[in-house]
Ligand binder design. Structure first.
Ligand SMILES: Cc1cc2nc3c(=O)[nH]c(=O)nc-3n(C[C@H](O)[C@H](O)[C@H](O)COP(=O)(O)OP(=O)(O)OC[C@H]3O[C@@H](n4cnc5c(N)ncnc54)[C@H](O)[C@@H]3O)c2cc1C
Length: 337
């Protein structure tokens, strides 16, 4: 890549792109309208893994397959990354007995009881994914930003990008911000749900919409839940010594379901509810790649981005800094729409 790179958006995706590009030697400026990780990343359940119905096909299958490996790599590069490798247990969220697969095995009630001893009624079977984990998503984002800085990146917070700039040939020339212009030979749009509006300024349609999802925080006894638990009622995990996080639809039924599912949960109480707007592309698959109509413009917007950010950041840096064309991003390009 010749010339400076501007990354618009310091959620987990933009922070990962900035870190990997700076580490690969690029001249990087990361700019965010607020604080790093304060967008939807802050409201994420932040389970890293394939989820209950592992998607082994489709455009992002290759990305998903390497997601946890990429976290292990990042942990080695950035010591202290806040990741917990607890494994995940899923049952009852889909009809029928699910399939085992790479990294996933079907376990019986006795095995479930050993993994989650406080469960009152372990299911007859569950999917156990021992390699899954969860992260503190803001902590990971901050660590990526710190890593980007350590490799020379400039980081501007509380600085909204107000416009994209083009030169006389139509190539991207940088961005305008509330604090003045920033030059860039390449601009990466990693602004989550705001990516569509930024692209539209140059007549580029990025079909990504806001998909609301709620996160609940509970006070709960330490050790009540040991893995990431996924069933019809909730996604549930321990996030701190006396805290549980649940991704679910509404607070009261979720609280009731937690109390009845686990022994010793009678005093679990709801501490707060947060709503996040997930950036979900029109076909659900990531949009990652250059924008053919506007040379120098690149888009990185996707769902399940906490899981996929380390992989996506590394691959985007390979494309932008090393000039590679990454086969595992081939199905993720904007021009499929
Ligand atoms: C309840 C819930 C549960 C979830 N569970 C999981 C899960 O278990 N696993 C998983 O992988 N994913 C999960 N997700 C999804 C995940 O949180 C998102 O995919 C991810 O956080 C998206 O990151 P992002 O960096 O694209 O977006 P964001 O975090 O929103 O970052 C975009 C950034 O762009 C900035 N920005 C916007 N406009 C501008 C502008 N004009 N100028 C400068 N900066 C701008 C914003 O300030 C923001 O910081 C969940 C989401 C929710 C809400």
């Amino acid at each position: 890549m010749s010339g400076p790179l501007v990354v618009a958006g310091a959620g987990i995706v933009g922070a990962s792109v900035a870190y990997h590009a700076a580490r690969a030697g690029a001249d990087v400026t990361l700019v965010d309208a607020g604080r790093p990780g304060a967008g939807v990343t802050a409201n994420s359940f932040a389970w890293i893994g394939l989820g209950p119905s592992a998607v082994r096909t489709g455009p992002a299958a290759a990305l998903r397959a390497t997601a946890t490996q990429e976290y292990h790599r990042l942990e080695a590069e950035l010591p202290g990354l806040p990741v917990t490798w607890s494994g995940s247990l899923s049952w009852g969220a889909a009809d029928g007995v699910p399939e085992a697969g790479p990294g996933r095995e079907i376990v019986d009630a006795a095995a479930v009881a050993a993994l989650e001893p406080a469960l009152r009624q372990p299911p007859e079977w569950a999917v156990w994914a021992p390699g899954d984990g969860a992260v503190d998503p803001v902590g990971v984002t901050e660590r990526l930003v710190e890593g980007a800085r350590a490799h020379g990146a400039r980081v501007l917070t509380d600085t909204p990008v107000t416009a994209l700039r083009r030169d006389a040939t139509g190539r991207v020339a940088g961005v305008d911000t509330a604090a003045g212009p920033l030059s860039g030979a390449t601009v990466v749009l990693a602004a989550g749900v705001a990516t569509a509006a930024l692209g539209a300024q140059l007549g580029v349609r990025v079909p990504v919409g806001p998909s609301p999802a709620t996160l609940f925080q509970f006070r709960a006894p330490d050790g009540l839940v040991r893995t990431v638990v996924n069933n019809r009622d909730f996604d549930l995990r321990q996030s701190a010594t006396d805290r549980l996080l649940a991704a679910a639809d509404s607070p009261e039924p979720t609280l009731a379901a937690v109390r009845s599912a686990f022994r010793g949960a009678a005093d679990v109480e709801l501490l707060g509810t947060r709503l996040g707007l997930r950036p979900v592309p029109a076909d659900g698959e990531p949009i990652v790649g250059p924008v053919a109509a506007v040379p120098g413009l690149y888009v990185a917007v996707l769902h399940s981005a906490v899981t996929l950010a380390p992989a996506v950041g590394r691959l985007v840096a390979r494309e932008l800094v090393d000039g590679a064309v990454e086969p595992s991003l081939a199905g993720c390009r904007l021009d499929r729409f």
